[in-house]
Design a protein around this ligand. Structure first.
Ligand code: BMA
Length: 323
């Protein structure tokens, strides 16, 4: 039997955070955004679901990014339906990007409105106070993250609008983070039997490498019994991020362990954040497992890029067999 290469290794302490660790009563914790703080410690902005079913965000900090988490005693960012009606059913799945120009972290998250999920944006310096921008992409849209710097003078937001033709990844541009336009299709869900047919979305924010923006994205395979969330890779041009340079054919990481296969939603791995270790190569990928806990897996950026070279194809080859 062909042996597939292992690109992500699960941490033996998985799951590293569950609802039992929380200082207040919750249902579950999953899908956390991640970033390194100035002192080298790790911050996770976790999606916490309460027993009403509504989510808010809560920060957890750890020196080594694995254990001894210091979790905020109270929710860090609560939905504020009075001022932001789009948050009436909660806020979910934050992705964090540090923008050196602003000297601030940009948090793109899903606001769950009566009209469906939309994308909201907030800026923060310390994950204690937040400047909310409200909805930047109306429903139905989610899986968003800001690129860390302007591209040709414009901020760029990657997101996943739902269309009658499927759920594909798009990128949009803005001069001021408030007015968005120049929308471009970035990565299309494949069709038919593919693991990433019909519905895909960016997982954590893209990773900037010398060869391009490396995107870890999820593909949702609908089966008669469930939906399976798996991860794949694609690489995009640094100066023109809507241009896909290489796309991997097979998925590279999938639900396998008990905590990924069983939980509130079975067969889901859902990373919203990563940190890069001091060696500049080791990737610490934080992912929600079965919508019930947070887990950690390690990979190597170099290994992901070589795998793509060997197992991907150019989206511009005109070869439509892959669609
Ligand atoms: C997606 C998102 C994620 C969730 C996943 C599985 O659509 O809503 O928050 O983890 O479904 O339920």
């Amino acid at each position: 039997m062909t042996q597939y290469e292992t690109l992500f290794l699960r941490h033996p302490a998985n799951p590293i955070l569950t609802g039992k660790d929380w200082p207040y009563s919750i249902n579950s914790v999953f899908n956390a955004g991640a970033t390194l703080l100035q002192d080298g410690s790790t911050l996770l902005l976790c999606r916490v679901e309460d027993r009403r079913g509504l989510s808010h965000l809560c920060a957890a900090r750890s020196v080594n990014g694995v254990d001894h988490w210091k979790i905020d005693r109270e929710p860090t960012l609560m939905p504020n339906a009075e001022q932001y009606p789009e948050e009436v059913w909660g806020i979910e799945d934050p992705r964090i990007t540090y923008a050196p120009e602003l000297k601030k972290f940009a948090v793109a998250y899903t606001s769950y409105s009566r009209g469906g999920p939309g994308v909201s944006l907030a800026l923060t310096e310390d994950f204690r106070s937040f400047e909310r921008f409200g909805v930047v992409m109306p429903p139905d849209d989610k899986d968003a993250a800001l690129l860390p710097r302007r591209i040709n003078g414009f901020w760029a937001l990657i997101h996943r609008p739902m269309t009658p033709l499927g759920a594909h990844v798009w990128i949009s541009y803005s001069p001021d983070l408030r007015h968005w336009g120049n929308h471009k299709l970035m990565l299309e869900a494949r069709r038919g039997a593919w693991w990433d047919a019909n519905k895909i979305g960016m997982s954590p924010p893209p990773i900037e490498t010398s060869r391009g923006w490396l995107m870890i994205y999820h593909g949702v395979r609908r089966t008669p019994s469930s939906s399976i969330y798996r991860l794949g890779l694609a690489l995009f041009d640094l100066q023109q991020p809507e241009k896909c340079l290489i796309r991997g054919d097979s998925w590279i990481f999938a639900p396998e362990t008990a905590y990924e296969r069983q939980g509130d939603v079975q067969d889901v791995i859902f990373p919203c954040g990563y940190t890069v270790a001091a060696d500049g190569d080791t990737l610490n990928l934080y992912y929600g497992a079965a919508d019930s806990s947070i887990a950690l897996a390690h990979g190597s950026i170099r290994a992901l890029l070589s795998w793509l070279e060997a197992n991907g194809h150019s989206e511009h080859s005109g070869d439509r067999r892959h669609r």
